[in-house]
Design a protein around this ligand. Structure first.
Ligand SMILES: [Fe+2]
Length: 185
């Protein structure tokens, strides 16, 4: 799935949004570092990682809420794997941002949250430890950067302040698994 996902993300992002494309490739590289934790789901995680921001592509931005736009695009244009589209549509606590945008019910109905907490946490980890330009960072620095970029009182700023505990806890849980070599929790 990863090779296909990378081609799709590259087509949509590399020319129009080179910075998002650099970020997306690095988020996928972070996902690759979690392969031993994910086992059979490693390919799915990497595919979701490289595609998570595809909804920012200008031609796909219908609602302007990129997780929803990305999920709809992958489902409608590519008939993509159900778990993959639900991961993309819900990445990094998107439900809370949907709430701020009045799109919570829409997102929940079209793309129910995947009941696979390790995959959900792992995707948060990959996105929240990668800067917008593709460098590795810490979750705290990442959250601060987002707040600086969008402003505390913007929609994204309000969302990030609400989501910060959940995003941070997901990264801590993955770090703990990495520290113990991926033994089951
Ligand atoms: Fe991202």
């Amino acid at each position: 799935m990863l090779a296909w996902a990378t081609r799709v993300a590259e087509v949509e992002l590399s020319t129009e949004l080179p910075r998002r494309w650099a970020h997306s490739r690095s988020v996928a590289a972070q996902a690759a570092t979690l392969a031993s934790l994910l086992g059979a789901d490693a390919d799915l995680l990497q595919a979701a990682a490289v595609l998570h921001d595809v909804g920012y592509a200008p031609r796909l931005a219908r609602t302007g809420f990129h997780p929803l736009d990305g999920g709809r695009f992958l489902r409608a244009e590519h008939g993509a794997d159900d778990a993959l589209v639900r991961l993309v549509a819900n990445h990094s606590c998107a439900l809370l941002e949907a709430d701020e945008r009045g799109l919570r019910t829409t997102l929940e109905q079209e793309f129910p949250l995947l009941d696979r907490p390790l995959l959900v946490d792992a995707l948060i980890y990959c996105d929240m430890t990668t800067t917008p330009t593709g460098a590795v960072t810490t979750v705290n620095a990442r959250l601060e950067e987002i707040l600086d970029r969008y402003g505390e009182d913007s929609v994204v700023g309000r969302f990030i302040r609400r989501a910060a505990p959940e995003l941070t806890e997901a990264v801590v849980r993955i770090d703990a698994r990495l520290a113990t070599g991926g033994s089951p929790m």
